[in-house]
Design a protein around this ligand. Structure first.
Ligand SMILES: C[S@@+](CC[C@H](N)C(=O)[O-])C[C@H]1O[C@@H](n2cnc3c(N)ncnc32)[C@H](O)[C@@H]1O
Length: 249
């Protein structure tokens, strides 16, 4: 039976275990976290709907080897695209890597008339700067266009692949009416420039999902996300799964 006193006791035990976990995490990485706003907290809201949603899991099983994103964050993209990706509009992912997210969006929105753009340098992370403590450029350089060609074999829409450093790589693309976008680029400048390009072409009510927000080694993206939180033209919500959800008002 539910007893609040027992819950309070269980919370204390979990707090001890999470402190220990965070210590073990740092020991295994030989890394000392000195920033006070970083740590592990186990939230008591144990609802994990991505475990049982059948349509999501069917799509996930097809794309899981083509993405670095965990199920929890993919579920956000699945839900957001189902609701906000409009007919006759564009989904754009900057930092598509092997294309799993684009594949998921295509499978999820099978019956919609949409264009899907996958953008990647295929040379790894770009534009690292003084705002990025950990990234130096070139990380995640293990994806090629051929990976996304594999997704195109089963995805309901033909994903258009644009190779090169974003946004310069899009100078010859005529894109308007983006209704959903995913930015997954790891550095401050790339995140900022991606958002600037997308926001100019985002329809009213459109949504941008900024990945890497809050990651301990993606502090440049967190910095940019915090700047966006101050911007009154957007409705900005962190979901604390590693994503910042940005709506154009
Ligand atoms: C963490 S990976 C993306 C993971 C992917 N979204 C997924 O679901 O697995 C980051 C990707 O961003 C790409 N990237 C970073 N900055 C970029 C830029 N300015 N232009 C194009 N690609 C970029 C890298 O090449 C890399 O493939």
């Amino acid at each position: 039976m539910f007893k609040l006193k027992k819950v309070v006791k269980a919370r204390k035990r979990i707090a001890v275990l999470t402190n220990l976990l965070f210590k073990l995490f740092q020991i295994s990485l030989r890394y000392k976290e000195n920033r006070k706003e970083y740590g592990i907290e186990i939230f008591e809201y144990f609802y994990l709907p991505w475990r049982t949603d059948k349509d999501f899991n069917d799509a996930y099983d097809q794309i899981k080897t083509f993405t670095l994103n965990p199920k929890s964050r993919l579920f956000t993209i699945y839900e957001m695209s189902k609701k906000y990706l409009k007919n006759d509009s564009v989904f754009l992912e900057v930092g598509s890597w092997k294309g799993g997210v684009c594949g998921l969006v295509s499978l999820t929105n099978e019956n919609k008339n949409i264009e899907i753009f996958a953008s990647d340098s295929f040379e790894g992370v770009k534009k690292a700067s003084v705002d990025d403590t950990f990234f130096k450029n070139g990380e995640y350089d293990d994806a090629t266009k051929l990976d996304i060609d594999q997704i195109n074999k089963f995805s309901p829409h033909k994903i258009k692949i644009v190779e090169g450093t974003f946004p310069e790589s899009f100078k010859n693309e005529l894109i308007n009416s983006i209704s959903v976008a995913h930015i997954d680029v790891d550095t401050y400048i790339s995140a900022k420039e991606s958002f600037e390009y997308i926001s100019e072409r985002l329809i009213s009510g459109g949504v941008v999902i900024l990945d890497d927000y809050g990651g301990w080694f993606t502090d440049g993206v967190t910095k940019f996300g915090n700047e966006l939180k101050e911007n009154k033209n957007y409705f900005v919500i962190p979901n604390h799964l590693g994503q910042l959800i940005i709506f154009k008002i």
